[in-house]
Design a protein around this ligand. Sequence first.
Ligand SMILES: NC(=O)c1ccc[n+]([C@@H]2O[C@H](COP(=O)([O-])OP(=O)(O)OC[C@H]3O[C@@H](n4cnc5c(N)ncnc54)[C@H](O)[C@@H]3O)[C@@H](O)[C@H]2O)c1
Length: 256
Amino acid sequence: MKLPLQDKVTIVTGASSGIGRGSAMVFAANGAKVVVADIDEEGGKKTVEEIRNRGGTAVWVRTDVSSARDARNCVETAVKEFGRLDCLFSNAGFNPSGTVVDTTEELWDRLIDVNLKGMYLMCKYAIPEMKKAGRGSIVCTASVDGVLAIKNEAAYIATKGGVISLVKAMALDHAPDNVRVNCVLPGAIRTPLYVKFLEENPGMDDQAGGHAMGRIGEPEEVGEVVMFLLSDAPSFVTGAIIPVDGGYSAAKVGAG
Ligand SMILES: NC(=O)c1ccc[n+]([C@@H]2O[C@H](COP(=O)([O-])OP(=O)(O)OC[C@H]3O[C@@H](n4cnc5c(N)ncnc54)[C@H](O)[C@@H]3O)[C@@H](O)[C@H]2O)c1
């Protein structure tokens, strides 16, 4: 039986940790040839090793998604290694706390550069290769915070709102090229980013209670949804903004 991502050359950014790593493992187990892209070399090489140990295919490419040179090199490496590019999971991001008053201009600029410009750059170089292949599928990671604000996350929330709008714009522009572009909105997912968020916001308990399912999610649970979107199965789905949040965004605030 053909696996959902059989032989699909798939770049995953932020693949050294958390959602990116968990997703890369899911993709590789389902047939993808994975390009592991991140700034964290140690974590990235560990992801590659784990994929190979389980019989999968992966290569490491050090990539700062905010750098045009790195983004271009990442795409070029995928094509050089595997002959083409089929899929991109554009997922790298970080999540510092703060109001606009607390947020320094340097931090604001860096967040926009990584969380938003990084999506633009990866897609800018990936889409022409997908056009050459005659088809492609891209998924970007935003956040439920991009549609439902929480306190003390102003700059992060702005970047995630931007990602949602960018996905819709790219979906329109590249539908004629047979390139689908979709977006996932994770709720609280058990990753180092989430642990740091709890440390920086001591008043905020584990977010499980805010999720209808009464628990937070695991990285692989995001990966499974992204895998479906990257695969050929949802052939009529583009520009979709899909929560992966255990029901968090289904509830009116305070509705329990
Ligand atoms: N964990 C959650 O609860 C949650 C919720 C909603 C959205 N998200 C989003 O999911 C994505 C992944 O987050 P995570 O929770 O897995 O975090 P994580 O910190 O575990 O992983 C993020 C990865 O991105 C990498 N990265 C950071 N800056 C980079 C850059 N400039 N270039 C390349 N790689 C870079 C880091 O090195 C790290 O490996 C992020 O976009 C985050 O905003 C996470």
